[in-house]
Design a binder for this molecule. Sequence first.
Ligand code: SF4
Length: 690
Amino acid sequence: MEKVISVCPYCGSGCKLNLLVENGKIVGAEGADGVTNQGELCLKGYYGWDFLNDTKLLTPRLRHPMIRRRRGGEFERVSWDEAVAFVAGKLGEIKREHGPDSIMFTGSSRGTGNESNYIAQKFARAVIGTNNIDCCARVCHGPSVSGLMATLGNGAMSNSICEIEDTDCILVFGYNAADSHPIVARRILKAKQKGAKIIVCDPRYIETARVADLHLQLKNGSNMALVNAFAHVLISEGLYKADFVAEHAEGFEEYKAAVAKYTPEYAAEITGLPAELIRQAIRMYAAAPSATILWGMGVTQWGQAVDVVKGLSSLATLTGNLGRPHVGVGPVRGQNNVQGACDMGALPNTLPGYYDVSDAEARARFAEAWGVDSLPAEKGCSITEVAHRVEAGTLKAYYIFGEDPLQTEPDLGMMRRAFEKLDLIIVQDIFMTKTAMAADVILPATSWGEHENVFSSADRGFQRCYKAIEAPANVKDDWEIYSLIATAMGYPMHYDNAQQIWDELRGLCHLYAGASYDKMAGLGYVQWPCPSEDHPGTPWLYEGYQFDTPSGKAKLFAAEWRPPLEKVDAEYPLGLCTVREVGHYSCRSMTGNCAALQTLADEPGFVQIHPDDAVKYGIADQALVWVASRRGKVITRANHNPRVNAGAVYMTYQWWIGACNELTVDHLDPISKTPELKYCTVRVEPIADQ
Ligand code: SF4
């Protein structure tokens, strides 16, 4: 049996594993001694490889290029030559007729590598001439990137996953580590065992709350009020580090004025928390010699997400918890390579290496390297704006690479209507997802395990994955598919392997210049910034308290709290929050095709409801129910759960039937354009005659 080093394709923890290969098939996985996981894996790491055996539990593997000549018709299997010519011809036609910005692209944050994301954005920018490329960070940690860029000058985790266990205090804000990143949850537990204080701010009694010193069960949608109240206590009680702030931060007076009215008593009215608990929590955070803030979708999937990220960053700045080990700000990125898709420039506003598209010098340098006269300077379209641009008639084609927007975007009815109006839908993927079923062209790609690539973990760590098995005969590497189409469109593009692409990227990006394949060989882990061959990488940022902002100082920021868009009323009396489940991942196209994981959760989702609400609305435990919002109605099973707060219900978004995004609302944060997936109002109704 051969052991092939790889990185788990699910969450951003970056767990290194060995794929066990026998007779050309993967037969198992074991934890490898990676930097973040140290030989451990969660159940998805142990059992999440089975989709490569094409178990067809959920959907069949895409094995041949296919074209559908008319909407509603059958897919027709075609040769690669025909598929490439068809796509090149159609994209060229649409570009000529409607301009480059009439075409939208996605990068992919799951299973594919950084090299293919780099090529995807190069195709969009150099071949088509648009910045219309985005990735699932938009519905995930987009606000973390925007918020931290504004306050600290770098949108990533400031410190490393492995540092978490040696911090003295962890403030866990809107982050369910046990379900989202089990290996990070282990670090939190280890920190607890070593004596750290744990503070959890979450409306649900999540697993981490069980080991917490304090659990602040705030009302859904009140994050900003709580963060402002924390700041108010730090300032009014003199708990902040005045010297640090004076020397390394700016904007203190405005910040102090902005949080002045957020006394704990005032915030108590909004958050539903006792004022004294708010004081106790932030005193605990401020008293710790080193403290870390970790957050997840409970912070970012709101209409006021960027403000809250800036507020959390400001708490770390006020208390001097930046620029050294075991402290910092930790947006723990979701999918295994969502950090990488952003690193590679699969974003509408940045080139690879986070050069802003408005940066003329950077554009000129990339244009020269890519052999084009110029690159577009205007920020492109985000994936959450697609439906609106289609509706406005400005977007005509959508090239979707390893994403499933007809499962993962808010208000799926709106998305389906937009898809019907598109002239061309191209899907490049490994499975027949919901989105693939709506495509005009399907381009089948190799999967994780079938190619070599580099991933970025949530803490900026680059790691190599090696090829374990041969791909099906008629599928191609993602970067090769783009290269063939580019060449057919008159832009010759050719690479022999992924390393050539990686080296081209390194040559263009200061942050990654020293992260060579050799340095990442085997179990190697290189955290950017890594600006030169002799640089070891950077486990924690802001050494010497030099922030990456133009002034070199951290910016303090507070904003007025805004409530969620929708309000409960007699017709829709409950707030719906979308959440994760530990056994499945994202749109479930991969985990849904793994026998062991499927066995753990084999029927469409659930709605978690507090027992008091269940009595109030006549909902029996485990009964099938309708959940309805202003946009749609789905069937699912009720789960009485005393861990959730009364007045709110919780659903996972992995399931095709009972897809909670039929219900969610298209309300976006004004800066990051991230949807308010954590709140819309619903009613839950029993189904008669069960
Ligand atoms: Fe590690 Fe995340 Fe994979 Fe689990 S899902 S093994 S925590 S990378």
